[in-house]
Design a protein around this ligand. Structure first.
Ligand SMILES: NC(=O)c1ccc[n+]([C@@H]2O[C@H](COP(=O)([O-])OP(=O)(O)OC[C@H]3O[C@@H](n4cnc5c(N)ncnc54)[C@H](O)[C@@H]3O)[C@@H](O)[C@H]2O)c1
Length: 266
């Protein structure tokens, strides 16, 4: 079977864990040459080893998406290795540190430095990825695809308010940027997952209670199943691929129907 990204070069941020790692494996399985980018260089290298073990092509780049020069460096390293860039998946993200033993912070419980860090990674990190990729796409003159990981928390009131505000910014960036760069053949979309059991927010995907946790997460969704990182990576794969060649400005929920509404009665 022909892969959906055969011959394309894709840069994926947050590649050392969770959704980013799942996306590196899936994109490579579909023929992409992958630039696996993470602030944690060891974890990015571990992802690359997993991709290569499956017969895929990938390189790792250490990069802090909050730093524009670091993002430019990762794009340059990818272009040097693979000759071009076709897609960027801005997936790296962090959340406000939970209160030990209590969990999510209310807005008034959020603290300055923590809020600044989350905004710098979740909003500025995505913006830096977009800027750097657009400059490279313009140099190539053949368009390109941008996908970002927002969240269902950017679409509805769901969980942490400050975090949701940063993801809402990504949702709006996606629409406005899609319109701005459409005439260059650049498509801009986002995926909006509901809760997934990853290393995010101090969770443990290898927890002994994994099955029980996933069952609880799934109960919140009309479809009744927890979201897997691969579900989110699959939506990003579609949006990066030519199957989505006439789709731009879309924020695609990957939430088992959570943001669609609630069943009344029965
Ligand atoms: N897990 C969830 O419940 C959930 C729900 C909705 C949206 N999301 C979003 O999904 C995305 C992926 O999260 P995940 O669940 O895979 O979490 P994760 O913690 O497993 O993975 C996030 C990765 O991003 C990397 N990272 C963090 N800051 C970075 C930076 N400044 N520069 C580069 N890399 C950085 C981390 O090192 C880590 O490898 C995030 O944008 C997150 O906000 C997660």
């Amino acid at each position: 079977m022909q892969g959906l990204l055969e011959g394309k070069v894709a840069l994926i941020t947050g590649a050392g864990s969770g959704v980013g790692r799942a996306a590196c494996l899936l994109f490579a399985e579909h023929g992409a040459k992958v630039i696996a980018v993470d602030v944690n260089a060891d974890n990015a290298a571990a992802t690359v080893a997993m991709v290569r073990a499956e017969g895929g092509e990938a390189i790792a780049a250490a990069c802090d998406v909050a730093d524009p020069a670091s993002v430019d460096g990762a794009v340059a390293a990818g272009v040097e290795a693979f000759g071009r860039l076709d897609c960027i998946y801005n997936n790296a993200g962090v959340t406000i540190s939970p209160i030990p033993g209590k969990g999510l912070r209310t807005l008034v419980e959020c603290e300055g430095e923590d809020m600044r860090r989350v905004a710098e990674v979740n909003v500025m990190g995505v913006i830096h990825g977009c800027q750097s990729a657009i400059r490279q796409f313009e140099r190539q003159g053949e368009g390109g695809a941008i996908v970002s990981t927002a969240s269902v928390a950017g679409l509805i009131g769901y969980g942490g308010v400050f975090y949701g505000a940063t993801k809402g910014a990504v949702v709006q960036l996606t629409r406005a940027l899609a319109v701005e760069v459409a005439d260059k053949g650049i498509r801009v979309n986002a995926v909006c997952p509901a809760g997934m059991l990853t290393h995010y927010a101090g969770m443990d995907p290898d927890s002994a209670h994994r099955d029980r946790i996933l069952e609880g997460m799934g109960r919140a969704h009309p479809l009744g199943r927890a979201i897997d990182p691969r579900d989110t990576a699959s939506a990003a794969l579609f949006l990066c691929s030519d199957l989505a060649s006439n789709i731009t400005g879309v924020n695609l929920p990957v939430d088992g129907g959570l943001s669609a509404g609630r069943k009344v009665g029965g």
